[in-house]
Design a protein around this ligand. Sequence first.
Ligand SMILES: NC(=O)c1ccc[n+]([C@@H]2O[C@H](COP(=O)([O-])OP(=O)(O)OC[C@H]3O[C@@H](n4cnc5c(N)ncnc54)[C@H](OP(=O)(O)O)[C@@H]3O)[C@@H](O)[C@H]2O)c1
Length: 318
Amino acid sequence: MLAAFVEVFDPQHPVSALRVADRPDPATPPGWTVIEVKAASINHHDIWSLRGVGLDAGKLPMVLGCDAAGIDANGREVIVHAVVTDPVDSAAPGRPSVLSERHQGTFAQFLAVPAANLVPKPASLSFAEAACLPTAWLTAYNMLFRQASLSPGDTVLVQGASGGLSTALLALGNAAGFRMWATGRSEDKRSHALALGAQSAFEPGQRLPARVDAVMESVGAATWEHSLKALRPEGTVVVAGATSGYMAQTELGRIFANRLKIVGTAMGSLADLRRLVSFCDVKGIKPHVHSVEPLTNAVRAFQTVLDGDVRGKVVLQP
Ligand SMILES: NC(=O)c1ccc[n+]([C@@H]2O[C@H](COP(=O)([O-])OP(=O)(O)OC[C@H]3O[C@@H](n4cnc5c(N)ncnc54)[C@H](OP(=O)(O)O)[C@@H]3O)[C@@H](O)[C@H]2O)c1
């Protein structure tokens, strides 16, 4: 089958490490099933994998991709929950991983997954839209509705305007009745954030008109100081990533004097993926798809994501 995979990491030029070629069809352990992949979206996670971050060299070659929507063995249209928890054994004692970390990923014609990881795709979402949900959108759902202790009417700052996670946060937060603010690095990206449901959009680091109840942080070093300054006393910053760098200076006095909460998070549960799918269906929310490319164009699609030249999600179709 055709697949996009990594054989050798390249920390400096990650897209150079991406190969698109034939790989063996997936095997199915007991309790697993094979789906025909109709669409799979790119996450920044896949760029980290090409750099060798979060992926063990002993696992190579590895098909990349966490997100997929497709057709299962019974002909049902399904969305794949990307988190796999292996059974307890000496090698992997029940530790969860995301597809493409320990098990082959979604950028392929066929994908093996635990049968329990499949969620029905609603007719209201296309395969391309549905393929945006399992990573960026589920993480956004978790950040807003599980980690931040928010109520409708609260004000939320999203660092970043145009990426997969940022656009998901803006769309979901707007639908839930939060006042959504965003920072974006260009006028065009800030306009796009407003079109997606942000009430206001600011330049990175810009002084805000008021303190916010929560900050959704995935940019990292470039925005960390601003995130802490933006919070009201007892506000919460939810951290899901560090695209611009992992190491940031922190003014500790600000944290204890203002009794700030810093909460880390990763992905979300299968039950919350079901709720997210239902929320999108009920509210008519559709993930913003920047472009849909054939899997054969994966290198170009990855370069677009790496360059930050996106408005929403880039989707691959095998
Ligand atoms: N913990 C988890 O489970 C989880 C889940 C999903 C994603 N993540 C992480 O979250 C991050 C975003 O993922 P993604 O898939 O949404 O990535 P993406 O689509 O590539 O988006 C990148 C975002 O980062 C912003 N950005 C990048 N560099 C920046 C800089 N130097 N200064 C300001 N903003 C910058 C961009 O803002 P502009 O709009 O201004 O360009 C854009 O919104 C990644 O680090 C990813 O690994 C973690």
